[in-house]
Design a protein around this ligand. Structure first.
Ligand code: XIL
Length: 390
């Protein structure tokens, strides 16, 4: 966990560093941004703020949802009510990870995940299975990578349990298999050390032998632009397609860490989306949250405006490329993973006074809608309709 956190936050640090370098050239841009931003914000006020996001999404043949936790579902009825109102798809935060579903070899446990599935059935919400293969969230008895035999038993046990589920429609078959940098791989596909492309191919084949009725995703982060990681992610998608395995969608996690609002590799991201279209693998936004950390704005109001504007600009790009599913990694700042000490960026961890600026999600800690929620609503209202999702 520590390594991953350090890597993940180092990437954030990199973003911050690159932003500091860019900040000078963005100063002018920022002033322009503020004007365009204020204008953009003014527009947000004239949108349909009463319709649930799931309804605005449905009118365009899309799904909107969030990561969900069985604990808070059970303990916080207000949170459960908001999710049921706003969301048409949910991803369990941890309940379908290996340490939750097969804590001991061959012994499967699904109570917590089934509680989420029951909630989904009650509220007509799709359930996204996350995840069958990851380097984190595994019990101590599982090596990374696991042997194919151990992996096969896990996939058959977990996917088999949800084969006839009326709500579980898709799986992150594999999550974050691309290394964080060239120094951390031992193969031409950029896979994490010890992971061979044939193992991922066989994983997808085993999944298809269990239940090919679901949509199969390959999910990763830091691929929202022209990066070493996105190049290798696309290479791996191509390998899987050429191997003839069933891979339906690419999960683009979208943990976006901006500075000065929006110095974003728009061209690089558009090229990633175009490449996926050429490969006939549909993009899905699977874990969207937006942090602005350098420079920290001088007020919460300004921060919220910058975050909202970034949501709108990012989703406009996604919807223009035909994205039909957007999942934010949480609905309310109350439960964002980024406020947890294990995942909080160093800058915030070292300065408790900054914690109040960790506001990456559409609703605040009191479950009140923020400008980010209006920005998502406006992006949905302005989106080109998708061919109605299955
Ligand atoms: C995170 C959860 O939100 C945390 O509660 C947990 O401690 C660690 O995992 N990418 C992923 C998600 O694919 O599974 C991670 O979720 C966030 C990064």
């Amino acid at each position: 966990m520590k390594t991953y956190r350090r890597k993940f936050l180092k990437r954030a640090g990199y973003t911050t560093l690159s932003s500091l370098l860019m900040m000078g050239c963005f100063q002018k841009e920022k002033e322009k941004d503020n004007h365009s931003m204020d204008a953009a914000m003014a527009n947000y006020k004239n949108i349909n703020t009463s319709s649930p996001l799931r309804q605005l999404a449905a009118t365009k043949g899309k799904l909107y949802g969030t990561a969900i936790s069985s604990e808070f579902l059970q303990k916080e009825p207000d949170y459960a009510k908001l999710i049921a109102r706003e969301c048409s798809i949910v991803t369990p935060n941890g309940e379908l990870k290996w340490n939750a579903t097969e804590p001991q070899p061959g012994n499967f446990t699904f109570e917590l995940a089934d509680a989420i599935a029951d909630f989904c059935q009650k509220h007509n919400i799709a359930l996204h299975g996350h995840t069958l293969f990851w380097h984190i969230g595994n019990p101590d008895w599982v090596s990374y990578p696991p042997t194919l035999k151990i992996l096969e038993r896990h996939v058959k046990g977990v996917m088999g349990h949800y084969r006839n589920s009326p709500v579980l429609k898709s799986w992150d078959i594999a999550n974050e298999i691309i290394a964080d940098s060239e120094q951390e791989t031992d193969n031409p596909y950029g896979l994490r050390k010890g992971v061979k492309p044939e193992l991922i191919r066989d994983l997808f084949l085993i999944a298809a032998s269990v239940d090919s009725s679901k949509e199969f995703y390959l999910n990763d982060f830091a691929i929202e632009g022209a990066t070493w990681k996105s190049a290798h992610f696309l290479k791996m998608v191509e390998y899987l397609k050429n191997s003839g395995v069933k891979i339906d969608r690419a999960g683009i996690q979208s943990h976006l860490w901006f500075s000065t609002n929006y110095p974003f590799d728009e061209k690089g991201f558009s090229n990633v989306l175009k490449r996926l279209k050429d490969l006939e693998v549909k993009p899905v936004i699977t874990e969207l949250d937006i942090i602005i950390d350098t420079p920290l704005p001088n007020s919460i109001q300004k921060l919220d405006r910058m975050v909202a504007n970034s949501y709108k600009q990012y989703l406009d790009l996604c919807f223009a490329a035909g994205v039909d599913t957007v999942i934010t990694w949480g609905l309310s700042d109350r439960h964002t993973w980024i406020r947890h000490p294990d995942w909080m960026p160093k800058k915030f961890k070292d300065n408790p006074a900054f914690h109040k600026f960790l506001r990456p999600l559409p609703f605040d800690e009191n479950l009140q809608p923020k400008l980010a929620r209006n920005a998502i609503a406006q992006a949905l209202q302005q989106a080109t309709p998708s061919v109605r999702r299955k």
